[in-house]
Design a protein around this ligand. Sequence first.
Ligand code: ZN
Length: 108
Amino acid sequence: MTIIANVLEIAHRQAAAAGAARINRVVLEVGRLAGIETDALRFCFGAARNGLSAEAGLEIRDVPGRGLCAGCGAVAEVSEPIAVCPACGDVLDIDGGRELRVLSLNVD
Ligand SMILES: [Zn+2]
């Protein structure tokens, strides 16, 4: 719930800065390793959408996890926050998939 409150605050601030009266759509980027249930996000968005137009929608873009190997330089898609390099077995540094950000807004 807190996450969506923050998202809506950012959305409102950006819409106000753009001089927009209405938010039609919020596009969120959510990393697969961010530990966020997108179903819960959608539910909370529906419950906390005060100030948005009734038909405002939430679009969630899923960002795959990405690990970088310091040992051999390989880049691999990962589904867990701790993963090993498929090429050499070193522990990967996670450099993608933990994001949660407002990617764009569609406003009037
Ligand atoms: Zn490696």
